[in-house]
Ligand binder design. Sequence first.
Ligand SMILES: [Zn+2]
Length: 456
Amino acid sequence: MVNDKNLKVTFCSGAGTVTGSNFLLEGNGKKFLIDCGLIQGEEPATDNNWDEFPYDVPSIDILFITHGHIDHIGRIPKLISEGFKGRIISTIPTKEITEVMLADTAHILSRDKEHGLDKIYTDENIKKALDLWETVEYHQAINVDHGFQFSYKDAGHILGSGMIEIIYNEKKIIFTGDLGNSPSPLLPDTEIITDADYLIMESVYGDRNHEDRDTRKQKLAQVIQDNYKRVGTLMIPVFSLERSQELLYEFDSLVENERVPSVVTFLDSPLAIKLTDVYLKYGKYFNETARKIIATGDKLFDFKGLKETLETEESKAILLVPNPKIIMAGSGMSNGGRIIHHEKNYLPNKNNTILLTGYQSVGTLGRSIQEGIKSIRIQNEEIPLRAHVEMISGYSGHKDSDHLVEFVRNTADKVKKVFVVMGEPKSSLFLAQKLRDNLGVEAYAPDAREQVTLEC
Ligand SMILES: [Zn+2]
């Protein structure tokens, strides 16, 4: 039935792949974008980042941002350079995280003259974006004319992360963004959705489950104790946003409750240090346990032995500090950042340990380490890997397959269709099948650039 009230969704990118979230919602004379993220990973996929957007940029009314990960915000400067002049809306912490993240990314990308990024990733374009930016609290109604009402619900993924809820013509549409692996040490649980008509949901772990989350802290304590006994160096490659703060919080609790010995611990990542400052500012968005600890006067991310090394010289001097010691440094998959230097120094010794706490994608150094390769190449040098390799997958920032199904179960009676996006094809297809089989809902994994109609 033809109905002009119907809405259209175009999966511009972020369908059939984990990164590059960018969806267009249009109808009743309005055009909205959900996220404007960078496609990450290996070439040639990343070359698509700098193609023209598949929509008329100046005619977009509002860009809604789900959260501050770069695969959700990284192409905002490009949107500005193509003439975007609408509104940008997010939660309060997301705006501040975005400022830090875009400045950091600009530092790297603005050197890329080949793709003209020196003219796109400019301070001026970033400033223009921030000037257009409005912030809201969770659940605050954002009225848009033409009968649309928007609001954010807590996704529990990183600080400030939100699902976008759209009410239009008495129908409810939810774009989940990334969904947190609740319960998280720091954040409230993902809010439950019971009455969505349409769901556009992530599926990073659509085909896999995590190990038990209850054991993650215990395992972390064990790794710290073992390193202490061996008088070694414990390296933890960390993602600067959320994982670093989660781990600092776990360390804080383990050290202050004397479950592990106090060991000198370096947070050796300028980006993580800056983001931790943002987290400190927004304690009111943490879960009840964390808020209660703050109320007792505890600093939450600061414990005996912690040292932040902002400057390069301070980072280099870590080598001179006697063992046992712990180093947290970026990047989380060892494909760059200061961790590389530490790995070169410490991987050859069997008394040392490397602890992986997140997903390691194919082709990264972290993946090679995870697979237990005996010798790895770092900066053209062959490095023997004799250090202990430990893994804790319970710290993932994403819901696993079973919990994604549980999330949909709450709205299974009402939902007309579930669009499964933001996952590798096999992960998205697996989840769509699982949702059909287990819940009897209509679920579908669209292709990139596909356009669908939402009957409203
Ligand atoms: Zn994310």
